[in-house]
Design a protein around this ligand. Structure first.
Ligand code: FAD
Length: 344
């Protein structure tokens, strides 16, 4: 294996490049966005399994340095009653999605891995000897294999199987925001989560002077453009009746709000063809409830690089990789869907 092309410079793509680098395999990351992912305004938690994968690719400390500890979840009812304390197992960290992209991309560049922005993959043609891809700007690139790390709405998935199931709307919108201060006085390493009457509301005040919050609201899909202010008002409306700090937190939030429909992919029948393979959300997207999407993407990266190191024939390596990852990821996607239904 002399050269791997990677479509997508998010969590899965950049982590795959770092893992391949450790395995002595060269790759190039092609990211559609012109910047490092500043638009990815949501935050996420990398769980212990994801942190273990980061350690394996030499990225653990960099992510720790750019993130906050997540040690416990405190569950509350809509009436404000404390229902349960749940410790989060092992080392888990909270950080912005854009921060995670940036940290991984900076590590890749520091290790000499090319990360090329503004390159949107539009086609791929594979033959027995390799793969040629074309980008929206008309440029082309050749490699031995293509890794599709292009996220939940993956185009690469359709190159492998034009009949691949489309992402499924989970029935929830997710709104993320950042409030000034810590109106609820919560501990820095705890998530407070409320089973509200109309929304599942979570927040943490990790120590940067703000409260990071999300609201998962059940409702019909709304794929069109919704402004930050509309999302904020909708979230506020959904938590108004609850006797919790949720409304005060949303009221202390300015324009720093993003929202959107939440999707998952219960199964992707074909993860690979002879020269093309999927990683991360492109293969198996989970709804946000289990907080496992990024962690699974990181585990995929490690597993794919190990398979390509051990097995030089691409299709055999891809088969070993998907054999290793498929059942576990599909189980997590299903578990997350059940959790989301429980919230609703
Ligand atoms: C709102 C929200 C909250 C979440 N919360 C959590 C959480 O708490 N914990 C957790 O583990 N996970 C969480 N996730 C899931 C997590 O963000 C994803 O599972 C993870 O980012 C998947 O990584 P990925 O690299 O597969 O996809 P992405 O991170 O989406 O990256 C895909 C990349 O591919 C690029 N791309 C797309 N098409 C092309 C193309 N044609 N050519 C080139 N580049 C392309 C995109 O620009 C993007 O940078 C959340 C997701 C969302 C949306």
């Amino acid at each position: 294996m002399t050269k791997v092309l990677i479509a997508g410079g998010g969590v899965a793509g950049t982590a795959t490049a770092l893992a391949l680098h450790q395995a002595g395999i060269a790759s190039v990351v092609y990211e559609a966005h012109t910047s490092g992912g500043d638009d990815a305004g949501a935050f996420l938690t990398v769980m212990a399994n994801g942190m273990a994968a980061l350690e394996l690719i030499g990225a653990g400390q960099s992510v720790i340095d750019a993130s906050y500890p997540a040690a416990a979840v405190e569950l509350f009812s809509a009436e404000g009653q404390h229902l349960q304390h749940r410790a989060i197992e092992g080392v888990a960290r909270t950080l912005g999605r854009a921060t995670l992209y940036r940290v991984l991309q900076e590590l890749a560049v520091a290790r000499g891995i090319p990360v090329v922005h503004g390159k949107r993959l539009v086609s791929a043609a594979a033959d027995g000897g390799g793969v040629e891809v074309r980008f929206a700007d008309g440029e082309r690139a050749q490699g031995d294999v293509l890794v599709g790390a292009d996220g939940i709405h993956s185009l690469t998935r359709r190159f492998i199987d034009p009949q691949a199931p489309a992402p499924r709307y989970t029935g929830q919108h997710v709104v993320y925001g950042y409030a000034d201060g810590n109106p609820a006085g919560s501990a820095p390493d705890a998530y407070h989560m409320v089973f509200g009457k109309q929304a599942f509301f979570g927040f943490t005040a990790p120590g940067d002077g703000r409260t990071w919050w999300f609201a998962r609201i059940t409702g019909a899909s709304r794929p069109g453009r919704t402004s930050a202010d509309q999302w904020r008002r909708e979230a506020l409306e959904a938590v108004r009746e609850d006797a919790t700090p949720a409304a005060a937190i949303i009221e202390a939030t300015g324009g720093d709000v993003v929202g959107g429909d939440s999707y998952d992919i219960p199964t992707t029948p074909k993860w690979y063809s002879d020269r093309i393979v999927l990683v991360g959300d492109a293969a198996h997207a989970a709804s946000p409830a289990a907080a496992q999407g990024a962690s699974m993407a990181l585990e995929d990266a490690v597993a794919l690089a190990a398979a390509l190191r051990e097995q030089p024939e691409p299709a055999a390596a891809f088969a070993a990789y998907s054999e290793r990852r498929r059942a576990q990821t599909e189980e997590t996607v299903a578990a997350s869907a059940r959790m989301g239904a429980g919230e609703a």
